[in-house]
Design a protein around this ligand. Structure first.
Ligand SMILES: [Zn+2]
Length: 738
């Protein structure tokens, strides 16, 4: 089972390394205290306006305490005198002014790992929430509804027939022998005899409550469903998700129940992961405004691709109706989320004026979550929800998505239920401020979306957004321009201590963490005896940048540090050559450089092109470490990606696609000949990606100034071109059609 599970747990990959970040005991709130104090002394007013959401929330949303206490006592007495109705399907609205629907059904516990192995997405998640709500007397005050299986015709509006057939039949006897094999081929999925029923109930439950809320039979509702849904795509289960429950309910309201008058739906996805499946479902649909705030880290956080970046705004009539807020780092908390609410979501929601709101309510951004690494508190969720209740006449449906710390999800769900029942003042009294990176992201999103949402065009106060570097930028190597004004020096010095917690784990991240040292030592010593030339054509032509792959660290303008190679010896030789291959720039952004295109080399040679390349003589072992860092840095290297057999065969084959890092952009190793009898290798995209560039599915894109400067610096310092020539060379590669 271990093999199957390791596949089912891909979603966990990427958290492994961040684990060291998450596990450091001192939180930003404590460490950052000095930071905020200093900042307050400099720009107090700006900061206060940045976090005033706390105060306003507290003021406007609280009820008188005594009134509230009385109400609670009254409710308590009523609950005590009545029978426990939590297991009956009854409508009881006498105790609450608002009619709040609630669905919990134990049958959704049937989906579990086939061999009983531990998995974070397990049945205890929903029972923990249910038990917590029961203890707090919540079910008695809600309209309890039965879970219903969704009908195929509704699911088919979002998923392919093949996919629906697969999920319908996967739990049947005929699949007993192949179920595990099918799951192992999917990305982060397990399947068992209970999966079909659970998936149909989860989708059906969200439909059920959405319809009732749309009809006005309920004011709002919460469905405690699993498996979650927002990663599930048209033809693919992934990321613990089988059917896209929220997308199915949304399309049901719009297309199956037009008489209910739901014409505009706001879907808010606050799960810590990007709702890729939901985004794709409504990509071209202006009736659904999809808003997702998630950890992204330039494409390194699950689902680890470009889809969750803020440049993904929808297409055709749906352009502008897809809003991504991609965190650049973990540890985001209430202050960060509230800043995004106040400066993006709420103003846009006002303009959009939805008829109903469906929340993909994952609680894996909650403090304590083992996968999310963020710090949203139950009160934080309460305020986020409360702010949304001002829209769509409070018609809100919450559907559970992720969330893997049982206490955190239960407490967060309870906080949300209390908001839906409108029985609790909602406030946060916190001194925390948003990260610097949060302001940067907010500004970027507003700029990108302002063409569609005029309200976002207003400038944010400069001082609010122009604060000094966030921790990870301070990681810049000696290349960085030191801040020269006094105030920032003070901040930097005081930040050093706070930053250490972040820096150290990052720098300690060697590729070998979590590995079977013995196995890896074996292949490493084998490959360390063979040299190759690694031919670079992009920013790596600048030696200082390339050395980050060997020695670890980062140079100016890089968004994050490299972990480096196990063998930190510098290249034995460096030389320059030109090759008859086409250089071009593509993608909107990269993990390492942020927005802007990055360099690719056409894998096929041709007579017309001439590309400068800087060749480094390194060992095959080091080449493997570079290959890893260029592609999927979270992959475990228990075996080499490119071994001696691959090196033997590549002169005949011409190229070698490295399956293990196929998610990366540079997984295609290309053979460029020999120099002094040593093979010359480079890495670039595959031919199929070239086709996607040609079709415009992936954009060709000029590099950012920072990236182009790094590349030019390599060419100039390598004495290949003058500065002007280098600029012209890059411009030509950018302008020429592929
Ligand atoms: Zn999630």
């Amino acid at each position: 089972m271990s093999v199957k599970l390791s596949n089912a747990c891909q979603l966990l990959i990427g958290c492994k390394k961040l684990h060291s970040l998450q596990s450091f005991p001192k939180q930003r709130y404590q460490k950052g205290k000095k930071f905020s104090e200093i900042l307050i002394s400099n720009t107090k007013l700006d900061y206060l306006s940045g976090c005033c959401c706390f105060l306003s929330s507290a003021e406007t949303m609280s009820k008188g305490l005594s009134e509230q206490r009385k109400e609670r006592e009254r409710e308590k007495m009523e609950v005590e005198s009545g029978e426990d109705k939590s297991n009956c399907n009854c409508i009881n609205d006498a105790k609450s002014q608002r009619r709040v629907g609630l669905i919990y059904d134990q049958r959704m516990c049937k989906h579990r790992t086939p061999d009983g192995d531990y998995h974070p997405e397990n049945p205890n998640r929903i029972t923990a929430i249910w038990n917590k709500l029961k203890l707090a007397g919540i079910p008695q005050r809600c309209v309890l509804l039965n879970a219903k299986e969704a009908e195929d015709k509704y699911i088919c509006a979002v998923h392919s027939k093949n996919h629906v057939n697969l999920i319908r039949n996967i739990s049947s006897k005929q699949y007993d022998s192949k179920r595990n094999r099918i799951a192992s081929k999917l990305n982060s999925i397990y399947l068992n005899e209970g999966s079909s029923e659970s998936a149909y109930l989860a989708a059906g439950s969200v439909i059920e409550v959405s319809e009732k809320v749309a009809k006005g039979e309920l004011d709002s509702a919460f469905t405690i469903v699993r498996p979650p849904g927002h990663h599930a795509e048209y033809d693919e289960a992934m990321g613990f998700c089988l059917f896209n429950n929220v997308a199915i309910a949304g399309s049901f309201l719009l297309d199956q129940r037009p008489e209910l008058g739901i014409k505009k739906i706001l879907i808010v996805d606050w799960d810590v992961h990007h709702g890729n499946g939901t985004q794709k479902t409504f990509w071209k649909d202006p009736r659904v405004l999809f808003f997702s705030v998630h950890r992204h880290e330039f494409g390194s956080f699950y689902p680890a691709n470009d889809d969750g970046f803020y440049t993904m705004v929808g297409e055709g009539p749906g352009a502008g109706y897809n809003i991504n807020v991609p965190w650049e780092n973990g540890r985001c908390g209430d202050a960060d989320y509230l800043a995004v609410w106040d400066h993006i979501l709420i103003p846009v929601a006002k303009e959009f004026n939805p008829d109903i709101i469906i929340i993909s309510a994952g609680f894996d951004a909650a403090v304590g979550d083992p996968l999310g690494g963020c710090q949203v508190t139950p009160d934080g969720y309460a305020v986020l929800l409360k702010k949304l209740m001002n829209f769509a006449q409070g018609r809100i449906v919450l559907a559970l998505e992720g969330g893997y710390n049982l206490d955190s999800i239960a407490n967060s769900a309870l906080a949300c239920m209390e908001v839906l029942l409108e029985d609790k003042p909602v406030s946060i009294l916190s001194e925390a401020y948003p990260f610097e990176s949060t302001w940067r992201v907010i500004q970027a999103v507003r700029q990108k979306l302002s063409a569609f949402w005029p309200t976002l065009a207003d400038e944010l106060p400069t001082k609010l957004t122009n604060k000094k570097a966030p921790p990870h930028i301070l990681l810049s190597s000696s290349e960085s321009d030191d801040e020269d004004d006094e105030a920032s020096k003070i901040i930097s010095e005081d930040l050093v201590e706070a930053v250490e917690d972040v820096v150290e784990p990052l720098l300690k991240l060697k590729i070998e963490d979590n590995h079977d040292q013995a196995t890896s030592a074996q292949w490493r010593s084998g490959l360390s005896k063979t040299d190759i030339w690694y031919a670079t054509f992009g920013s790596n032509m600048w030696k200082s940048r390339f050395l980050c792959y060997i020695e670890g660290g980062q140079v100016k303008s890089m968004k994050k540090p490299c972990s480096g190679s196990m063998d930190r010896n510098p290249p034995k030789e460096t030389l320059w050559k030109t090759f008859p291959h086409r250089l071009f720039f593509g993608r909107d952004f990269s993990q390492t450089w942020g927005p802007g295109g990055v360099a690719f080399l056409h894998p096929r040679s041709n007579g017309q092109d001439k590309t400068f390349m800087c060749l480094y003589r390194i060992t095959l072992e080091q080449f493997n470490d570079v290959l890893l860092q260029e592609n999927v840095p979270d992959h475990d290297m228990n075996s080499p990606l490119f071994d001696l057999n691959a090196l033997d065969s590549i002169p005949n084959e011409g190229s070698f696609s490295v399956e293990a890092v196929k998610r990366g952009w540079y997984h295609n190793v290309v053979y460029l000949g020999k120099e002094n009898d040593i093979p010359i290798l480079t890495m670039t995209c595959s031919l199929s990606v070239i086709e996607r560039f040609k079709l415009g599915e992936i954009p060709l894109h000029a590099p950012s100034k920072e990236y182009a400067d790094t590349l030019a610096r390599g060419l100039v310092e390598g004495k290949q071109l003058s500065e002007e020539e280098a600029t012209a060379y890059i411009q030509e590669a950018t302008a020429k059609p592929l």
